[in-house]
Design a protein around this ligand. Structure first.
Ligand code: NAD
Ligand code: TDX
Length: 342
């Protein structure tokens, strides 16, 4: 494999993956296909060598564009998506268009040119789990974390369109022999994450003198993984994964939202209770938790960022240093949240 097409490579996780590949695999050249929606930013690829990374601004649902690019690469790694649950509750259409139709266009191109294809998905396709305290096994028993065998049960327009895209890929593997792997990862944090998302929203609220906003009671649990670990996992699956298989990616990072917010406040020198409770998200998933043992055992992968506090501190410092990267969007993002009482 010498050249890969990375869709959504100007977004949060996709751009981190592009940096990861450039830094670790000098033989690989990358074409990024990204529509540069509100979530995509050319700056995320700044400083990367032009002879190894080419940005094509375009839509994954554009058959002609995708067909042209697919002829020039050995593999497609598909990150592009409409990715924010709250947006999907206000206007689901872009989610249906990009996550379903866009994926369809990509897998048809991968099929036509017999390309290796990796599909990046989310743990949200499995719905949610009960809180650990409500489980007899304390969250460690059979069926108490998501595995690749867990039944799909998505809750939001975002997660249902991601689930649908996964099912398209699985069907293309079975019916057409598509050379695909899939991964479902837990919540990512790290540099370049859009400030609409929980962690960067709260960090940039503190930096802007706005009080942080916690949905409901803050009991909802997310299983946090550093985006650099997500990148190394995707690379491992792309190069060593078995065709047709799904690998769950996670690094045992379960925390409830209140704990995460309190830790951000502590690391930023604020009182622990310096935040507001706001309206909860409709259909808000309670808990996500990943059993990533298949990835550990079969592909010998392990995460590097095992201390959440250190990773969070580094992330806070990134937002401090990169004020110009997020500042222009802050008022608009907060105005949109204010409209929905959040
Ligand atoms: P993001 O919103 O930050 O980035 C998405 C990127 O896709 C942007 O650059 C955007 O411009 C681009 N894009 C959107 N529609 C497009 C289209 N039609 N054509 C071409 N480009 C388009 O999202 P993210 O958080 O980086 O998520 C990336 C992928 O990882 C998604 O598939 C998401 O479902 C998955 N994922 C995210 C998380 C998470 O915690 N953020 C966890 C697991 C999986
Ligand atoms: O201001 C907020 N306050 C708050 O309490 C925001 C924006 C969120 N929250 C809560 C909602 C969630 O329980 O924080 C948690 C995390 O919220 P998001 O950052 O919106 O992430 P989530 O909905 O969990 O989905 C994320 O992880 C899985 C990504 O956005 C998805 O793309 C990925 O698939």
């Amino acid at each position: 494999m010498k050249s890969i097409l990375v869709t959504g490579g100007a977004g949060f996780i996709g751009s981190n993956f592009v940096h990861y590949v450039v830094n670790n695999f000098p033989e690989i050249s990358i074409t990024v296909l990204d529509k540069l929606t509100y979530a995509g930013n050319e700056q995320n690829l700044k400083g990367l060598p032009e002879d190894r990374v080419q940005l094509v601004v375009g839509d994954i649902a554009d058959k002609e564009e995708v067909d042209k690019l697919a002829q020039e690469v050995d593999a497609i790694v598909h990150y592009a998506a409409e990715s924010h649950n709250d947006n999907s509750l206000i206007d689901p259409f872009p989610f249906v268009q990009t996550n379903l139709i866009g994926t369809y266009v990509l897998i048809e191109a991968a099929r036509k040119y017999n390309l290796r294809y990796h599909h990046v998905s989310t743990d949200e396709v499995y719905g949610d789990l009960p809180l650990r305290e409500d489980l007899p096994g304390g969250g460690e028993g059979e069926g108490e974390k998501f595995t690749a065998e867990t039944a799909y049960n998505p809750s939001s327009p975002y997660s249902s369109t991601k689930a649908g895209s996964d099912l398209l890929v699985k069907a293309w593997v079975r019916s057409f022999g598509l050379k695909a792997t899939l991964s479902n990862c837990s919540n990512n944090y790290g540099p370049y994450q859009h400030i609409e998302k929980f962690i960067p929203r709260q960090i940039t609220n503190v930096l802007s003198g706005i009080s942080p906003k916690l949905y409901g009671e803050g009991k909802n649990v997310r299983d946090w993984i550093h985006t650099e670990d997500h990148s190394s996992a995707v690379w491992t699956i792309l190069t060593k994964g078995r065709i047709g298989e799904t690998y769950l990616i996670g690094s045992d990072g379960e925390k409830n939202n209140k704990e995460v917010l309190e830790l951000i406040l502590e690391l930023m020198g604020q009182p622990k209770d310096a935040y507001e409770h706001v309206k909860d998200r409709p259909g808000h998933d309670l808990r996500y938790a990943i059993d990533a043992s298949k990835l550990y055992d079969e592909l010998d992968w392990k995460p590097e960022f095992t201390d959440f506090k250190d990773g969070l501190e580094e992330t806070i410092n990134w937002y401090r240093k990169n004020h110009d990267w997020w500042k222009a969007q802050k008022n608009q993002v907060e105005a949109k949240y204010a409209e929905s009482g959040q």
